[in-house]
Design a binder for this molecule. Structure first.
Ligand SMILES: [Zn+2]
Length: 101
């Protein structure tokens, strides 16, 4: 995966770190998130749906694009929960979770 959308150069990594630092439970299923879990399983290389991700919550990105980088509208969610929540339209939410673990 290379160039993903328009987030380059924006303080997205900082926003993510801020959201993760809250150590909150998943905004979708309310279960605890294991923040030490890698995005990809180091053995299989498969994306781990129980790993952390930043979700646009409570306002989805599709309807509130202006809140895309508003910390008040960002919450931690399991990757799988985030994905299934964003399934019906937006495919762009995941591109940013790629490289930096
Ligand atoms: Zn969850």
């Amino acid at each position: 995966m290379g160039a993903n959308s328009g987030r380059r150069g924006r303080p997205w990594n900082r926003l993510k770190a801020e959201v993760y630092a809250r150590r909150s439970t998943c905004c979708r299923c309310r279960q605890a998130i294991d923040y030490t879990r890698p995005y990809r399983d180091p053995l299989t290389g498969k994306v781990d749906s129980l790993s952390k991700s930043v979700d646009h919550y409570p306002h989805p990105l599709e309807t509130h694009p202006h809140l895309a980088e508003d910390p008040a509208n960002l919450a931690a969610a399991h990757l799988g929960c985030n994905l299934s929540a964003g399934m019906k339209g937006a495919t762009s939410t995941l591109g940013e979770t790629t490289e930096e673990w």
